[in-house]
Design a protein around this ligand. Structure first.
Ligand SMILES: Nc1ncnc2c1ncn2[C@@H]1O[C@H](COP(=O)(O)OP(=O)(O)OP(=O)(O)O)[C@@H](O)[C@H]1O
Ligand SMILES: [Mg+2]
Length: 299
């Protein structure tokens, strides 16, 4: 079984030490208890992930034109904007699923190292890339569960295979996370036997089971019909209530308003406005944002 570590992540509860962190993290895993949930610690606002002045193009198409965002520990940052504005690209640049041509990606004060410039720029330190990717757990619009594995196996796979954790311990953790997202009774079911909302909750449990530093969620509700969306929205609200660090790309403005500490409005690859949700949604400054919000408002 080939597992792509860039779809998964691990936790680092300890203070950041690039040399020791990864192994320490493996040792520090513990079952899901209220103690193991992130809380606003003294360093609660230390950035987990920072993007500085990032430029990204696909050939001649410039997609990100000097974007900077910060996701402080325990905060939820939402990216909103119209289709094609670069939200998914920005999220994927955060965990280096996409290359970028200029600017910095910084994970817990550690700058990503690059070689080459422009279109030839690539991360130069593979261990660093693995550390970053395994600390930022991604949830996709289309769930991406492995169809030949049960839900429990899906959730357990990466911690056991990628991180080399003890299967028994991981099984308990996986069951706890499945309970947490409300589908503990589906552990032995196959993905095809679950509704879309249940599959997405399984995908969130899978991301959580890596005990990540941060979750990156790319439109986690948009493939679902409204009723099923609510199941997933509830889970995301719970996670936000626990002060998990998240970057959330969403077209659901009421979700963004409810869960975010900070909202970023991307327009044509640039940040046009950003701020606290009440201000951004309550008093948008630019015509473009006003237009966008009125187009996305429920009828
Ligand atoms: N792999 C790719 N190759 C070429 N162009 C791409 C690629 N991925 C994205 N693009 C282009 O980059 C731009 C930004 O795409 P992106 O997926 O980031 O938008 P988005 O804001 O997430 O949109 P949506 O809300 O529809 O998901 C679009 O013009 C898209 O066509
Ligand atoms: Mg997208």
């Amino acid at each position: 079984m080939v597992v792509h570590v860039n779809d998964h992540s691990v936790i680092a509860n300890s203070r950041w030490n690039p040399a020791r962190c990864f192994m320490e993290n493996l040792e520090k895993r513990s079952p899901v208890t209220s103690d193991s949930m992130p809380s606003r610690a003294p360093d609660a606002t230390a950035p987990v992930i920072e993007i500085k002045n990032l430029y990204k193009s696909y050939g001649p198409l410039e997609v990100l034109k000097g974007v900077s965002i910060t996701a402080p520990r325990g905060h939820v940052v939402s990216l909103i904007g119209s289709s094609g504005s670069g939200k998914s690209t920005l999220l994927r640049c955060c965990n280096l699923l996409e290359d970028s041509q200029h600017g910095e990606v910084i994970f817990k004060d550690e700058k990503v190292k690059w070689f080459g410039t422009g279109q030839a720029r690539r991360p130069s330190d593979r261990k660093q890339v693995t550390r970053l990717r395994t600390n930022l757990s991604m949830v996709f619009q289309q769930f991406n569960l492995w169809s030949h594995m049960t839900i429990l196996q899906n959730v357990m796979e990466a911690p056991v295979t990628v991180l080399g954790r003890d299967a028994k311990e991981v099984e308990q953790l996986a069951r706890d996370y499945l309970d947490k997202v409300g589908i503990g009774d589906k552990a032995d079911a196959w993905p095809a036997q679950l509704s879309g909302g249940q599959q997405q909750r399984a995908a969130i449990a899978r991301a959580l089971c890596m005990q990540p530093e941060a979750l990156l969620l790319d439109e986690p509700t948009s493939a679902l019909d409204p009723e099923l969306q609510q199941e997933v929205v509830r889970v995301i609200k719970d996670l936000a209530g626990e002060h998990r660090t998240m970057i959330l790309v969403t077209h659901d403005m009421s979700l963004a308003r409810d869960v975010s500490d900070h909202v970023v409005f991307l327009h044509e690859g640039k940040i046009l406005e950003e701020g606290a949700p009440d201000i951004l949604f309550g008093a948008p400054k630019s015509d473009r944002l006003r237009q966008f919000l009125s187009a996305t408002a429920p009828a």
